[in-house]
Design a protein around this ligand. Structure first.
Ligand code: ATP
Ligand code: MG
Length: 561
């Protein structure tokens, strides 16, 4: 499938703000955004929303978007994540203008911190982390001032310099902004700017033993890059006054922070901490497990960048938190693959069918349509012979009403082939059906009867002599509850994990045209769903993932159960 390029997103409230700024000539019409991941995990579908928004906005306004690693916490960060994030952003179809690291700004941030100390706007505090948090007060009670708050500028400069030089152990001192311990906004109660941490950083190595806190690094990094609109999720709204305070005190370029609602999805979790736990405790097979909401999990599952972008576009950008139904994501993939994936026949639970009146040793090549949605996809030949496989579920010995498939004495259409009629079901000693004996009607070649007789069901099949075997992995929701975090009293969130989220079919039978598929190829197995060739696949041992069923079967199953 040829990739499609991203298109500019529809207008949203952020674009209204940008339009106003452009109208007032605030930045001379310049639009500069950034996507600022912390390299402490793999990107997930929530990040995709932020990526589409930031890169899409730049695309819409002919602006620029940077990729910036917000790498201020060396303990949790890793080069592995730095690389995977770049790969995932590119895979989604976006290319950044500048690639930056907050850690590249450490020197500048340090100088700016010294500037604030000199202005009497920051001080070195000897309280422990615990004491700082105890004296911060609550929503209803003001905090208490640190006994170190009124140190002289000289003493502060000396101590801060010595913090940087490595003279003190981890946690011994912090640098705090001197704002207002009685502020209604707890973030303004003398927030910590630097802490001492003797750790090796994945990008700048051992150069630093003081590390900045998020709030001190983020806005200043935005300012250095001349970001015009700093788009972030709602939990940072309450940090905005601090964001603006730092910028104002320094008198540097002022980006505008705008918050939007983060994406939550049903039947999954999205916090990196939880995803890491799933990986570490082997509830899933790594970050790229096709059940994970990570970009690499979705990619391996069979998701396309086009489907993910269409999903992000469809859910829109709002200012209120909400949870999106997983079926929206699945529908976006169905729609994309319906247009672009070729159809093939595959049987997951094979039942042998012998056509008693079909000539021994004969093979025919029947014409099959590759994609009814796309004429250009053309046709292929599907071999047909005396012994076939059909889906075990397509036969019932005592079919109920409304079951239109095969049963004793019943006639159905084999897709692209003939009408067949079931004469006898052969059973083994235990009573299990081992094969069906059927007759075929040679006059119905191609799927229609010249006498105008109708059949109600059409089923798929593969020729036994020509079939290739494959492993097929059937995935379902990772959690059994829409709200994965909703657990009974006294149990943790893992109680909601779906024990049947992966079922493996070891000996599916596929039509032979599938023998040359490559890792990542996507096809529709007729009547079953969309499937993607897994990275474990080898030419002699194919492995497919079910990306998504043709319809939302989950809702139906839940009602039944
Ligand atoms: P952490 O769990 O480490 O706090 P995070 O989810 O905040 O991680 P970051 O790497 O800091 O992840 O996120 C990078 C960007 O992606 C941020 O701008 C963040 O607001 C955005 N983002 C993260 N999760 C979501 C989400 N679920 N929906 C929309 N945007 C998100
Ligand atoms: Mg974060």
């Amino acid at each position: 499938m040829t990739p499609n390029a991203p298109t500019p997103p529809a207008a949203n409230f952020i674009h209204q703000i940008i339009d106003e700024d452009n109208a007032s000539g605030k930045h001379g019409g310049r639009v500069q955004t950034r996507f600022p991941p912390e390299p402490n995990g793999y990107l997930h579908i929530g990040h995709a929303k932020s990526i589409c928004l930031n890169f899409g906005t730049a695309l819409k306004y002919g602006g620029k978007c940077n990729l910036r690693f917000d790498d201020t916490n060396p303990v949790k960060e890793d080069i592995e994540y730095i690389e995977s994030i770049q790969e995932d952003v590119r895979w989604l179809g976006f290319q950044w203008d500048g690639l930056y690291y907050a850690s590249d700004y450490f020197e500048q941030l340090y100088e700016w911190a010294v500037q604030l100390v000199k202005k009497g706007k920051a001080y070195v505090c000897d309280l422990s982390a615990e004491e700082v948090s105890k004296t911060r007060g609550t929503l209803t009670k003001p905090g208490t001032e640190s006994p170190y708050r009124n140190r002289s500028v000289e003493e502060n400069l000396d101590l801060f310099q010595r913090m940087k030089a490595g003279e003190f152990p981890d946690g011994a001192r912090t640098l705090r902004a001197k704002i207002d311990m009685a502020s209604n906004n707890i973030n303004l109660r003398d927030p910590v700017m630097y802490r001492i941490l003797h750790a090796t950083h994945p990008h700048v190595g051992d150069k630093w033993c003081i590390y900045t806190m998020y709030d001190w690094a983020h806005g200043q990094s935005d300012s250095i890059e001349k970001i015009t609109h700093s788009i972030c999720t709602l939990e940072f709204e309450i940090h905005r006054p601090l964001y603006d305070w730092f910028i104002q005190e320094l008198g540097i370029f002022a980006p505008r922070q705008i918050e939007f609602a983060r994406l939550n999805l049903t039947y999954t979790v999205m916090s990196k901490r939880r995803l890491l736990e799933l990986v570490k405790n082997q509830y899933v097979h790594g970050w790229s497990d096709p059940r994970m909401p990570t970009i690499r999990g979705l990619r391996r599952r069979g998701y396309t960048p086009e489907a993910i972008r269409a999903f992000c576009e469809r859910i829109g950008v709002a200012r209120n938190d909400s949870t999106i139904e997983m079926v929206w994501l699945e529908d976006a993939l169905r729609e994309d693959l319906n247009k672009r994936a070729e159809r093939r026949m595959a049987v997951l639970k094979p039942l042998k069918v012998v056509l008693t009146n079909y000539p021994d040793g004969q093979t025919e090549e029947l014409e099959a349509i590759n994609n009814p949605e796309d004429e250009k996809a053309g046709t292929r030949k599907a071999p047909f012979s005396k012994v076939l496989y059909i889906e075990r579920d397509d036969f019932m010995e005592n079919p109920p009403k409304k079951y239109f498939r095969l049963g004793p004495g019943r006639e159905v259409r084999l897709r692209y082939a003939y009408f067949i009629k079931c004469v006898e079901a052969i059973k083994d000693a235990s009573g299990e059906i081992t094969e069906l004996h059927c007759t075929y009607d040679p006059a119905t070649r191609g799927g229609n009867a010249p006498d105008g007789r109708k059949v109600q069901g059409t089923i798929h099949w593969v020729s036994a002599a020509h079939a290739i075997s494959a492993e097929v992995r059937l995935y379902d929701h990772l959690f059994v509850k829409p709200d994965a975090d909703d657990v009974p009293e006294g149990q943790d969130w893992r109680a909601n994990l779906n024990p049947n989220s992966l079922q493996v079919v070891t000996d599916a039978k596929l039509e032979p045209s599938l023998k040359d598929v490559k890792i990542g190829d996507k096809v529709q197995f007729e009547r079953l769903g969309y499937f993607c060739v897994d990275e474990d696949s080898k030419p002699e041992a194919l492995v497919f993932n079910r990306a998504v069923t043709l319809k939302d079967t989950w809702a139906k199953e839940q009602k039944k159960g």
